[in-house]
Design a protein around this ligand. Structure first.
Ligand SMILES: Nc1nc2c(ncn2[C@@H]2O[C@H](COP(=O)(O)OP(=O)(O)O)[C@@H](O)[C@H]2O)c(=O)[nH]1
Ligand SMILES: [Mg+2]
Ligand SMILES: [Zn+2]
Length: 348
C-alpha cells in the first residue's frame, strides 16, 4: 500500500498554522470522508479511521471534507479545525439552521445536462453559492452526446459569468471526463452539485475508478433507479478528492449577497443610475434598467432573475449578530484544542 501524506489529503498551511507540531504528533489530523448518525469516517496519514463524535457536538456540526484532530486514546474527534471554505445551505422550513454540504472545497463542479435540465436561473443559484463561499465554479454540462446542439448550451452557459470554465462532456466516457482533470489534481478537492439524474455519480465513478456494481453508497429508490443517498469524499485516479452530493431539489438563497452582486454586477451598476434611488425598475420614469431592456442591451429575464434572487437572499440572510454567534461557536472548538493539549503532563 502506498503511503498517504497529509498533503495528499489536501492539508495546507491554513490548517497547520492552527496547531503546533507537537499537537499534530499527539492528535493526528484526519479528513472526514463520510458522516453517519453517531460516527464519522476519516482519512489520515495512518489510514482510514472510524471516529466517534465529541460529546458536545453532533454529526450535523461536521461536513464531509472537514479537517479534525483525533484523540487516539478515546477514538473520538478531539476538535474541528477552522475551515478554509464551507458550502452550506438553508433547507426548506429549517428556520435559521443551515445544512452543511461540504468543507474545504477548492472547486465547485456545477453539473447540468444538455437538455431540459439546463436552466440559467438554477445555475445562477449554484454560482452565487460558489462565489459567496470563495469556491471557484466550473460548469459541467453532461449528455453532450445526446444533444444535437451541445455547443449552444455551452455558449448560453458562458454568458452567465465571465471567465468561468464550461465543459461539455459525456460523463460515461473516460476520455471525455479527462477534461475535468485540471480540477482534481493531487491534493485538490472538488465537489459535485446539481439536480438528480444529471450524471454526478457517473462523473464520480469515472474519475475515481469505481465500478458501479461494487460501490456501496447506492441503493434502490422507489422507482428502482440508483440514487446517491449520502455525501462522500473519494479519491480520484489522478490523486485529487471529489465529493458527490445527493441531488438538491431546491437551493434557496441565504448569505449569498456577494455571489449575487458578482453575477449581476452590470445590472446593479445600471440600477445606480436610475432617477430614483428606490426605483423598483418597473414603471418609474428615468429607470435606467427599463431603458436598457428597451434598447436591447439588457435581457428582461435577467432582471427578473436578479430581483428574485436578491429579494430571497435578503429575506433569508442572518443578521450580523447571528453571524458573530455562529463564528464564536466554531472557534470555541479550535481554542479548546490548544488549551487541552497544554494542560496535559509533558511525559504523557
Ligand atoms: N448519454 C449519457 N448518459 C449519461 C451521461 N451522464 C449520466 N448519464 C446517465 O444518466 C443517468 C443518471 O446518472 P447519475 O450519475 O446517476 O446522475 P446523478 O443523479 O446526478 O448522480 C444514468 O443512467 C447515467 O448513465 C452522459 O453524459 N451521457
Ligand atoms: Mg447520484
Ligand atoms: Zn430603475
Amino acid at each position: 500500500m502506498t503511503e498517504t501524506t497529509l498533503a495528499d489529503l489536501g492539508w495546507s498551511a491554513h490548517f497547520s498554522s492552527q496547531i503546533g507540531p507537537d499537537v499534530s504528533a499527539n492528535m493526528p489530523p484526519a479528513r472526514i470522508s463520510d458522516i453517519h448518525r453517531d460516527l464519522v469516517m476519516a482519512k489520515s496519514a495512518l489510514g482510514d479511521l472510524t471516529l466517534e463524535l465529541p460529546s458536545d457536538m453532533r454529526a450535523g456540526d461536521f461536513a464531509v471534507g472537514d479537517w479534525v484532530l483525533c484523540d487516539p486514546e478515546s477514538g473520538r474527534i478531539h476538535s474541528l479545525l477552522e475551515r478554509r471554505t464551507l458550502l452550506r445551505r438553508k433547507t426548506e422550513g429549517s428556520g435559521d439552521k443551515r445544512q452543511l454540504i461540504a468543507a474545504n472545497v477548492d472547486t465547485l463542479l456545477i453539473v447540468s445536462s444538455c437538455n431540459d435540465d439546463f436552466n440559467p436561473a438554477r445555475l445562477e443559484r449554484y454560482l452565487a453559492l460558489a462565489i459567496s463561499s470563495g469556491i471557484a465554479p466550473v460548469l459541467v454540462l453532461t449528455k453532450a452526446d445526446m444533444a444535437s446542439d451541445a455547443g449552444d448550451y455551452k455558449k448560453q452557459a458562458e454568458r452567465l459569468l465571465a471567465d468561468m470554465p464550461v465543459v461539455i462532456l459525456d460523463a460515461r466516457n473516460p476520455k471525455s471526463l479527462d477534461q475535468l482533470l485540471p480540477w482534481v489534481k493531487a491534493g485538490q478537492t472538488a465537489a459535485l452539485v446539481g439536480s438528480s439524474g444529471v450524471g454526478k455519480s457517473t462523473i464520480m465513478n469515472g474519475l475515481a475508478g469505481i465500478e458501479t456494481a461494487t460501490q456501496g453508497i447506492r441503493e434502490n429508490d422507489a422507482k428502482g433507479r440508483h440514487t446517491t443517498t449520502a455525501r462522500s469524499l473519494r479519491r480520484t485516479l489522478s490523486g485529487g478528492w471529489l465529493i458527490d452530493t445527493p441531488g438538491m431539489r431546491s437551493l434557496s438563497m441565504s448569505d449569498n449577497a456577494e455571489g449575487i452582486e458578482t453575477l449581476f454586477a452590470d445590472v446593479i451598476e445600471l440600477a445606480q443610475t436610475c432617477k430614483f434611488s428606490d426605483c423598483s425598475h418597473d414603471m418609474e420614469p428615468g429607470c435606467a434598467i427599463q431603458a436598457a431592456i428597451k434598447k436591447g442591451t439588457l435581457d428582461a429575464d435577467r432582471l427578473q432573475r436578479w430581483l428574485k434572487l436578491a429579494t430571497e437572499n435578503q429575506g433569508n440572510t442572518e443578521t450580523p449578530a447571528e453571524a458573530r454567534a455562529r463564528i464564536r461557536g466554531q472557534s470555541h472548538h479550535i481554542r479548546s484544542a490548544t488549551k487541552k493539549k497544554r494542560a496535559r503532563p509533558a511525559d504523557e
